[in-house]
Design a protein around this ligand. Structure first.
Ligand code: NAD
Length: 479
């Protein structure tokens, strides 16, 4: 059921030079389902050499051919989505329906970047002197080091691979060690579609060793990271030391403001389902619910009803609506945050106690009246816990929304366009979704502000990070 995974270097699947590997665990059972190869510096050197050479070739492949190859990769991902989804659920735990949706959405992302590859234009700037011509070229930045996490093994990686390849860059991807199989299948699709050998390389190992080696290496010209804010800050510092361009897609703690005039049924339907998607292990997960006091009691009790009726179990069962947490660290962290909130006076309205093994299950949980001093109200929960508090005035809602250093996603429910305009202007967030869940489509920007990072992984803004601007001014020709 679970594939043999190798490193991908220079267009070939290879065992690591050391022969070392680490176990891959099924979080629904706690059992080892496979092995992930552990790269050492010798493997990284091979990947760097491959990425360097492939960059020279791939960057010269015409954009029309790049487009065709990438479209083929998208089709391969679609054709293989059933198998890929099964691998993803085994290693990550999310329900099969979510794994399938993620895989198919990945194919759409490849398509979108493939199309944008054909629309990278330079420009001509009118000069002050009629004998002078001024040109602006957009060139690929060079070989990219990309680091992606385990919560969306395909989705996090596909944005980076597609952005880089569309612009003519080669990539070394350090994939997620906890969920390597589905990510490797994504890389396989690009290789099978005909990407220049070495334009996509895949490694796994000790994250800090790999990032320190790759980021410092002169071959690497661009760094892109998705993960926690704390690690992101370390990576950004390292990249700064070596003057490497970076994109940072980091954590969030999304506020959700439900105003007095909200469509409560609509809000509950969308928000409760989004809260428990992937067991809450989503960077844009609705997280700090701030509900107008006139709707508060109703909202809390109906949210808790939804949570307590969710079918939790092994994601391979089609009945499962929420799977386990991805690993033991998440289980320990969520348990600690909920205990801390309870000790500080929060009301547990639903869930709240870890489920005994096997697997890393935690029930869908709802906490009400959560003190702002609790860990849960300050650190990204990254788990199936909703904290709900009441508010009275618009200013109170804004001040709670902007209280933290995070600024990734925010959600608002109101029937007033005036309130919607005022709140979207006041919120410090990279993305604001009003009266629906409208984030993460390939064609729209995706990224945060403040400690949630910078740069975008969607929309036109996701192309620029892989380009450098070259200005050429010329005059003085005789023929
Ligand atoms: P973590 O901080 O240990 O790791 C987060 C990710 O960064 C992992 O993929 C890990 O492999 C990678 N990483 C860690 N150290 C690294 C290094 N020195 N160089 C390169 N990569 C490195 O946290 P975790 O326990 O795996 O995940 C929990 C936290 O991470 C969550 O609370 C959440 O804040 C954050 N996270 C965010 C996202 C996101 O989509 N933004 C995804 C996964 C995890």
């Amino acid at each position: 059921m679970y594939p043999t995974i190798n490193l991908s270097i220079a267009g070939e699947w290879r065992e690591p030079v050391s022969g070392d590997s680490d176990p891959v665990t099924n979080p629904a059972t706690g059992e080892t389902v496979g092995r992930v190869p552990h790269a050492s510096v010798a493997d990284l050197d091979l990947a760097l050499e491959a990425a360097d050479q492939a960059f020279r070739q791939w960057s010269r492949v015409s954009v029309f051919d790049r487009y065709k190859i990438m479209r083929r990769a998208a089709d391969l991902v679609r054709e293989r989505s059933g198998d890929i989804a099964r691998i993803m659920t085994l290693e990550q735990g999310k329900p099969l329906s979510e794994s399938r949706a993620e895989t198919l959405a990945g194919a759409d992302i490849i398509d979108w970047f493939a199309e944008e590859a054909r629309r990278v234009y330079g420009r001509i700037i009118p000069s002050r002197n009629p004998d002078v011509q001024q040109f602006v070229y957009k060139e690929p930045v060079g070989p990219v080091a990309a680091f992606t996490p385990w919560n969306f093994p395909i989705n996090q990686a596909v944005r980076k691979l597609s952005g880089a390849l569309a612009n003519g860059c080669s990539v070394i991807l350090k994939g997620p060690e906890e969920t390597p199989g589905s990510c490797a299948e994504l890389v396989r699709a690009f290789m099978d579609a005909g990407v220049t050998p070495g334009a996509v390389n895949l490694v796994f190992g000790t994250p800090s060793e790999i990032s320190e080696y790759l980021i410092a290496h002169p071959v690497i010209r661009k760094v892109t990271f998705t993960g926690s804010t704390s690690v992101g800050k370390r990576i950004a510092a390292l990249a700064g030391e070596h003057m490497k361009r970076i994109t940072m897609e980091l954590g969030g703690h999304a506020p959700v403001i439900v105003f007095e005039d909200a469509d409560l049924d609509g809000a509950l339907k969308v928000l409760a389902a989004s809260k428990y998607r992937n067991a809450g292990q989503v960077c844009v997960c609705p997280s700090r619910f701030i509900v107008h006091e006139s709707l508060y009691d109703d909202f809390v009790s109906r949210f808790a009803d939804f949570a307590s009726n969710l079918v939790v179990g092994d994601g391979t069962s089609e009945k499962t609506q929420m799977g386990p947490l991805a690993n033991e660290r998440r289980l320990a962290s969520i348990s600690e945050m909920v205990s801390d909130a309870r000790d500080k006076g929060a009301k547990v309205v639903s869930g709240g106690d870890p489920v005994s093994g096997p697997g890393y299950f935690y029930p869908p949980t709802v906490l009400a009246d959560v003190p702002v001093s609790s860990m849960l109200m300050n650190q990204e929960p990254f788990g199936p816990v909703a904290s709900i508090n009441p508010f009275g005035s618009f200013d109170e809602a804004v001040s709670e929304s902007n209280r933290l250093s995070y600024g990734l996603a925010a959600y608002v429910y109101t029937r007033s366009s005036r309130t919607a305009n005022a709140i979207s202007a006041a919120i410090e967030s990279g993305m604001v979704s009003i009266n629906h869940y409208g984030l993460a489509l390939p064609e729209v920007p995706f990224g945060g502000v403040k400690d949630s990072g910078y740069g975008s992984e969607g929309g036109l803004e996701a192309m620029e990070p892989y380009q450098v601007t070259k200005f050429v001014t010329q005059t003085g020709f005789q023929s």
